[in-house]
Design a protein around this ligand. Structure first.
Ligand SMILES: COc1cccc(CC(=N)NC(=O)c2cccnc2OC2CCNCC2)c1
Length: 389
């Protein structure tokens, strides 16, 4: 499929794949700040740019409602992501964020928010290079304004505003194939509430399986089995940062988290992110860590249920407890917290526990992209240490 817009951008092009002469690093050099376009790109005349101040509960609510009604759906249009307001505030007001990167589009007459795109700053390591990047997310155009070519101009506008802050690279994911993924991940689901998942059509009853047999298959203990397994607390930030930095150093692409980042991204935040660790009962050493974020989905067109409560695997580190046992404890806690399903990508070492813990493969793929940065060797999902929201 031709990518009219993406063929004009500094991203890996299909023709470059396998060209050993191309080195790893930026595709284009930075532009002198004086040469960066100072004024916003032009929108169709009926629309205007707006900066979404997520501190404002009113604006945060507008972004929430736009995404709730118009953001990503699964391939069969049965579910739509329903990020909560507190999740959006967490995802957008990150250490060192720029409010100008929270970009909305309003209809001039009604002032209705009809589109959104966001960027947040992140330090991402690619092999040995730590690169300042923008993580781009939540690109959403109202269903009624699709194919008005708004997305390309919104991508150019967020790129312009990122350039104004002297940042020249970005990271993003998509369910669609664009030029050119750095890797392509499979997603997997572990049923926690199989009856509801089958009722809403997320899962199907297995062949020769009864409902009661299925419920029994996915049953979990009432509480975690690992001694010293507990919720993360503020006092654990230094130790978790050390543990996580060391663990992530083995992957080709991974965030370069410092204590400030760990405090924001991994400290428990109710209904947003949950994190646990294993503290050795003897010497109080923190040997393992696990976390998941909360991303419900609206269930489109089901009489009995309106929301699918889903947990998404985030960052997990095992140095003493076997990863499979650690992740089983995470499933136990997620079930305790009434999640219906636990989702994971086949990134990092996740593949080692997926089958044993009864995850089933999802019906789609998630592609990861870098903007204006070429990676020398193709990456397997197991080489990726970056989880985006
Ligand atoms: C169950 O409700 C859904 C509602 C909308 C889309 C999908 C399928 C899908 N596209 N899933 C994922 O992208 C996915 C599956 C497993 C883990 N992380 C994921 O995506 C994350 C990361 C990228 N941004 C969205 C959330 C499912």
């Amino acid at each position: 499929k031709r990518h009219k817009f993406w063929e004009t951008q500094p991203v890996g092009q299909y023709k470059d794949v396998g060209d050993a002469s191309l080195t790893e690093g930026p595709i284009e050099p930075p532009t002198p700040l004086s040469e960066v376009k100072q004024e916003p790109y032009n929108l169709p005349s009926a629309y205007e740019w707006t900066t979404c101040d997520m501190d404002s509960s009113e604006t945060c609510d507008e972004v929430y409602v736009l995404l709730k009604n118009n953001y990503v759906e699964d391939d069969e249009n049965m579910f739509r992501f329903n990020y909560s307001k507190e999740f959006l505030r967490w995802a957008l007001r990150v250490p060192g964020y720029y409010r100008s990167w929270h970009i909305g589009v309003r209809a001039k007459t009604s002032k209705k928010l009809v589109a959104f795109i966001s960027g947040v700053p992140a330090r991402i390591r690619v092999n040995e290079e730590v690169v300042k990047m923008a993580e781009i997310n939540f690109l959403c155009v109202h269903k009624k304004l699709r194919s008005k070519r708004l997305a390309p101009v919104m991508i150019k506008e967020v790129t312009r505003r990122v350039h104004l802050e002297n940042i020249w690279q970005a990271a993003y994911t998509a369910g669609v194939v664009l030029p050119t993924p750095i890797t392509t991940c499979q997603y997997w689901h572990r049923s926690l509430n199989p009856k509801k998942l089958i009722d809403v059509g997320f899962s199907r009853l297995g062949a020769r399986m009864t409902m009661s047999r299925t419920i029994k298959l996915y049953k979990l203990p009432d509480s975690p089995v690992t001694p010293g397994f507990r919720k993360m607390e503020l006092r654990d930030v230094p130790a978790v940062t050390r543990l996580l930095r060391n663990y992530l150093s083995q992957f080709v692409v991974a965030p370069d988290f410092d204590e400030n980042d760990v405090e924001h991204w991994l400290l428990p935040n109710e209904n947003v992110v949950d994190s646990f660790l294993v503290e050795s009962p003897g010497n109080h050493e923190i040997t393992d860590f696990c976390s998941f974020y909360t991303l419900p989905s609206s269930i489109l067109g089901n009489q009995n249920y309106s929301t699918l409560k889903a947990a998404y695997s985030y960052y997990n580190v095992s140095t003493k407890t076997p990863l499979t046992q650690l992740m089983n404890d995470v499933l136990i806690v997620a079930k305790q917290k009434d999640f219906d399903v636990f989702n994971a990508l086949d990134v990092m070492h996740n593949e080692s526990f997926l089958k044993e813990l009864k995850f089933g493969p999802g019906d789609g793929q998630l592609h990861y992209y870098l903007y204006n940065y070429r990676i020398r060797n193709a990456l397997k999902p197991s080489g990726l240490g970056l989880v985006l929201l």
